[in-house]
Design a protein around this ligand. Structure first.
Ligand SMILES: [Zn+2]
Length: 291
């Protein structure tokens, strides 16, 4: 457990985030378009030379992760996902330890050498979820913890679909889920549009709670249902009204039920992992073969 806790700082700074402010001031003029896919949907832009073969390989990985996300989300309208090209900025470095982020609805920024780390597959599916949500929201907003919960579960499930094993990042997330209290949930879920580790970890825990345990049985198709909520928001409805419309209960009921669950499980928090994406993780940290 100690090892996991020590990793908190490193991982929350290094994995991924949606941080539009990081890219402010930068435009496509600062980058050169190196590649456009045959259907013109995926473009690779960079601040340095990348050979065509690598550009093609990156574009194919992006397309595969984007397709995976759209299959998870069951959007009613797929067209909006493909109306504008997807611009992938493959950069030599990013100001901060963040390795990749979505910039609005059209641009995904990632550090070039990070793409050689298998964890980056999860970052692709994560950030492309943010891009799909942004395209479907059409200017509307969803709470950060819902956005991060969707993105992180897609990122995890995509890595697993590629045959990867749970890694230190997954243990870190699970560790946060084990230690959160109802007071933490009250604070974190009380802020709809913040960023950072707690939005990511609690958001993932909350979306997994909704999927596996809310109302006793959970909502197995919570991702498609959240997509319906997003489509409703895109018509001008605010997030809380759209949530109540989709789930038949106000968000405050979900929050109260989640907080009660955290209280009920605080003596035996390991049960919180049951049925979730972290179900196979042992609470005391990664075994050697999970490294
Ligand atoms: Zn994110």
């Amino acid at each position: 457990m100690k090892t996991i806790l020590l990793l908190v700082t490193f991982l929350c700074l290094s994995f991924s985030a949606t941080l539009p402010s990081l890219g402010s001031g930068e435009t496509d003029d600062d980058y050169k378009m190196l590649y456009s896919s045959g259907d013109k949907f995926i473009q690779i832009w960079s601040d340095h030379e990348i050979d065509r073969q690598r550009c093609e390989a990156i574009a194919e990985r992006v397309r595969k992760a984007y397709t995976f996300d759209s299959e998870q989300e069951h959007w009613s309208d797929q067209k909006v996902l493909f109306q504008n090209p997807l611009r992938v900025r493959v950069v030599s470095s990013i100001k901060s330890k963040i390795l990749g982020y979505a910039l609005g609805k059209d641009v995904f920024v990632v550090r070039d050498n990070y793409l050689d780390d298998e964890l980056s597959e999860g970052t692709l599916a994560h950030e492309l979820t943010h891009i799909q949500d942004a395209r479907q929201l059409k200017g509307g907003k969803i709470p950060s913890f819902i956005a991060e919960g969707r993105a992180l579960t897609n990122g995890h499930n995509y890595r697993m679909s590629l045959g990867q094993k749970d890694n230190k990042y997954d243990y870190q997330m699970a560790s946060s889920a084990l230690k959160y209290s109802s007071a933490d949930a009250d604070t974190i879920l009380g802020e709809f549009y913040d960023t950072g580790w707690d939005m990511e970890a609690m958001g993932t825990f909350l979306v997994e709670y909704m999927r596996t345990k809310w109302h006793g049985t959970g909502i197995p198709n919570v991702h498609p249902q959240l997509s319906r909520m997003i489509e409703h928001i895109s018509t001008g409805v605010d997030a809380e009204a759209a949530f109540a419309h989709q789930f038949g209960k106000p968000f405050s009921e979900l929050q109260a039920s989640f907080m009660k669950y955290l209280d009920d499980t605080k003596q035996d928090p390991a049960v919180r992992l049951q049925g979730t994406i972290w179900a196979s993780l042992k609470a005391d940290g990664p075994s050697d073969d999970a490294e």
